[in-house]
Design a protein around this ligand. Sequence first.
Ligand SMILES: [Zn+2]
Length: 144
Amino acid sequence: MSWNKPLPNVDADNQPFWEGLRRHEFLVFRCKRCGRSYWPVAYCRACPPEPFYGNMEWVPASGRGRIFAFNVHRFAFHPGFADELPYVYALIELAEGPMYGTNVVGCEPAEVRIGMPVEVVYRDVTPDGDAAPFTLADVRPVAG
Ligand SMILES: [Zn+2]
């Protein structure tokens, strides 16, 4: 399969998330003290200050959430997306709390609604010229 779209930037903070997707595990960054979930943050905003990452751990999440906001893209901002138009990019409020931005698949753009329950669906892609596989996590509608 030829992948002709940009891929997310992987850095030291979010690398465990992308490694999780490779295993088809959807992870969130959770505070060991109070259980609040985040994307990578230096420390929990609700607990007393700790050394960076001192109280935080990556844990599997449900992969479920609801559509918080969305946009139907009818023009390609990158040539690689031209054959997918129109497509939906949405902000998902995960069941664990954090927001997650991704594509909505498995339904027509006109069917997407605010509050619609969704679940993560994994998409294994391989960038051209890169032997390392990469996995993205879209969402699709699910019975709520
Ligand atoms: Zn906390």
